[in-house]
Ligand binder design. Sequence first.
Ligand code: ADE
Ligand code: ZN
Length: 330
Amino acid sequence: MKDLIQKLPKAELHLHIEGSLEPGLMFDLALKNSISIPYKSVEEVRNAYNFTSLQSFLDIYYAGANVLITESDFFDLTWAYLLTCKAQNVVHTEIFFDPQTHTNRGIAFKTVVEGITKALQKAEKELGISSFLIMCFLRHLSEAEAFETLKQSLPFKDKILGIGLDSSEVGHPPSQFERVFEEARKIGYKIVAHAGEEGDSSYIWEAINLLHVERIDHGIRCDEDEKLLDFIIKKQIPLTVCPLSNVKLRAVKSMDQHNILKLLHKGVLVTVNSDDPAYFGGYINENYEALEENLHVNKEELKTLAKNSFKASFLSEERKRHFIELIAQY
Ligand code: ADE
Ligand code: ZN
């Protein structure tokens, strides 16, 4: 099974580039940029990654991002992730970035986008990996700040495919951002949003009905509402599920209690993703392996999950079909 997980072509649809910052690179960049970080060693960093909730993770994740200063830092961060994609046979990736985490520290929007984009272009040419970029609004910040970020994105519209919503979920429902997402849709951006990670099913309803999302990020609490579950199945609204993240942040008690396969069997279009791999102990293959070890996912289920990753992507119908046919041959 490990062999099949490795070999299957896969798409990743839920990956925060800032969450792929490995402790080694964090130390190198801290030294280069003279940024102080509250750790003495890589081991001490790893020991600090003991989370009790989404917020306990976010506090450390935003602090880690402080070491990213120059365009080359964003390039190096992204390139390191893409090399792992290559090693794990991820052939297409749709990457989130959080502009406000950087612009609020005085880093120019352009520095962030150019650094990430140059690595994505190099990966397309040299590694054969295709990609799209999705910028997220931080939901713990205001609607006005989201509007300002939307405005800043306009000169880079050709490099950004869509808009997402992330950060602290509970207390910051999608309804607070209805108007800015309406504007984003008018501009032509694709829309996704984190919902139903820690928040209840009402957050997922709002993401669907008010933001008009094409995908839900996480969405694992959709099974608390029968009507919502039926709706998601009927409309085939994809969920980008992140198993290791859910257990690390205690959204799910343990991997053997994760509902991803139950949702799959009910007909939900679920996909497997790594979220913030440097913080949660694994990239995409480790997430698939966790399902094998704890939920005993079988070969056909694995193939369906890999096919779903392309079905749920923003690739053209032709590219989707190409990869789905490839997976069918395994
Ligand atoms: N930002 C990075 N990872 C996140 C997650 N799992 N939920 C919400 N915001 C995030
Ligand atoms: Zn996420």
